[in-house]
Ligand binder design. Structure first.
Ligand code: BTN
Length: 245
């Protein structure tokens, strides 16, 4: 697949920009939209995503796929490509299932994946927010423990440093996923799994389930080991560690 890159100065949200311009984007290319700043950056679960100018990376990939293409793991393989990028800079990362990227047990990057049904295809938008130069003061304003490349390394990385490495990793992971599905990534995700082997609670809809975070299935779902020795497979949940006092 060919690629095109669109650079924007200021935008409400790169995901929203893609939605507004979807008809103008090349259907056979992977489009990458990058903005210096977002005025209404969006996170998952209706949260906002802090997006001050030129501090962090705000980008969305857009691709068109047939309705038959498996898309369920796209956010996970994107998270793995972000984690791989940081590993190449010797920043140790973990993934909080399903697709949050953590460093030092704090969130450093997040993925917002959305699909748009089109006439004969599905439009897929994969938003990536990666904290690069965010300071401790800025991180403290976020509603969960957050970190950045600067806070982890005290090195002055820029978007220009990160984007080519991330882009290469993303395109490679995407092609593998589209050709071979999720199984080549299962082990990588399991090895990077935050809280693996620890007691966690999983919020699934209105229900709270406690168990030990055991493993990842071939489909990218999470397997919990329950108190009675049985396993429970979760397809979507918010995972939190159970802190022993
Ligand atoms: C999350 O909450 O973990 C997902 C955060 C995703 C943020 C990125 S920044 C680029 C793209 N545009 C948005 O409005 N959100 C995503």
């Amino acid at each position: 697949m060919e690629e095109q890159i669109i650079q924007l100065d200021s935008v409400d949200s790169t995901n929203e920009w893609v939605k507004r311009n979807i008809q103008k984007l090349h259907p056979a290319k992977i489009t990458l939209v990058v903005a210096k700043k977002q005025t209404k950056g969006r996170g998952t679960r209706g949260k906002s995503w802090s997006s001050p100018k030129s501090i962090n990376l705000y980008a969305s990939y857009y691709l068109q796929q047939s309705a038959q293409t498996p898309l369920a793991n796209l956010a996970q393989i994107t998270a793995l490509s972000v984690a791989k990028t940081l590993d190449q800079l010797e920043i140790a990362t973990t993934i909080k299932w399903p697709n949050d990227i953590f460093a030092s047990e704090k969130k450093i990057a997040g993925i917002l994946c959305e699909t748009i049904p089109l006439a004969d295809f599905i439009g897929v938008i994969i938003g990536i927010g990666l904290n690069i130069q965010m300071t401790a003061t800025e991180a403290a304003l976020i509603d969960q423990p957050a970190t950045s490349l600067w806070l982890e390394t005290k090195k002055n990385y820029t978007v220009e440093d990160l984007l080519p490495i991330l882009h290469k990793n993303f395109v490679k992971y995407l092609h593998t996923y589209l050709q071979e599905g999720f199984s080549p990534f299962r082990q990588e995700l399991e090895q990077k799994l935050l809280y693996k082997g620890k007691r966690v609670q999983a919020q699934c809809g209105g229900k709270m389930i406690a168990g030990v975070l055991h493993s990842i299935t071939e489909e990218g779902h999470v397997r919990l080991l329950l108190k009675d020795g049985s396993f429970k497979i979760l397809t979507s949940a918010e995972i939190r560690p159970i802190v022993q006092l």
